[in-house]
Design a protein around this ligand. Structure first.
Ligand code: SF4
Ligand code: SF4
Length: 203
């Protein structure tokens, strides 16, 4: 569920009407139906730190096919569909059989400094509506026990994180549009190789 609220909820305060503190419980890394979408920027950061090439990166990814008249999963409507050899798909981190992320070991994120933006900004999600940054929640307290704890969330934090998330998504969306329109074989391996070779993700 995504609830969108505007950053101007509490007009006279530098914070919004929500308290949050990540208690590093790792729950968001194990929710079966939570898809951990990744952008080109995420892929490049992970590949650099782990010294991964296209084949190693591919082993850490899943491509979620959108077939027939299946509706776009909630929370992924703004995420671009990549043309692959099996059809249009969303790129995301691989999940293990129990629903946990491939990078979760002993309840810790193995790539914490370069974890995808969707993880670093959890449980918040962002959109731009009529030029204004709006934020919402990707999960409620039953999934994220950090909601309601700690200090009220600063508007400056939401602004900074939301701006970065949406900029990276915009660069990735343009890249995917170009990829989908080129007249050559669309394989996921070639897609990852193109991401790793593209200067747009190294800014
Ligand atoms: S579920 Fe919430 S509190 Fe727990 S690790 Fe994820 S963001 Fe932090
Ligand atoms: S990349 Fe790290 S923070 Fe993100 S879901 Fe996987 S283990 Fe959790």
């Amino acid at each position: 569920m995504v609830i969108f609220l505007t950053a101007g909820d509490s007009k006279n305060s530098d914070s919004v009407d929500l308290h949050f503190e990540c208690i590093m419980c790792g729950r968001c890394c194990k929710v079966e139906n939570l898809v951990i979408t990744v952008t080109g920027t995420d892929i490049v950061r992970i590949a650099r730190v782990l010294d991964f090439g296209p084949d190693e990166i591919l082993k850490a990814l899943d491509f979620y096919l959108l077939k027939g008249d299946r509706a776009t999963p909630e929370g992924m409507r703004d995420f671009p569909l990549v043309t692959t050899e099996k059809g249009p798909a969303y790129m995301a981190l691989k999940k293990m059989e129990d629903g946990s992320c491939i990078f979760l070991k002993d309840n810790k994120c193995m790539i914490h400094p370069v974890r995808p933006a969707v993880c670093a900004s959890f449980p918040f999600s962002f959109q731009r509506k009529s030029g204004e940054l709006v934020w919402g929640l990707n999960a409620m307290k039953d999934i994220c026990p950090g909601i309601g704890l700690g200090n009220a969330v600063k508007k400056s934090y939401l602004e900074a994180v939301g701006t970065e998330v949406l900029e990276n998504l915009s660069i990735y969306t343009d890249f995917v549009k170009d990829w989908n329109s080129i007249n050559k074989r669309h394989t996921v391996r070639l897609f990852i190789k193109s991401i790793l070779e593209s200067p747009v993700f190294y800014a």
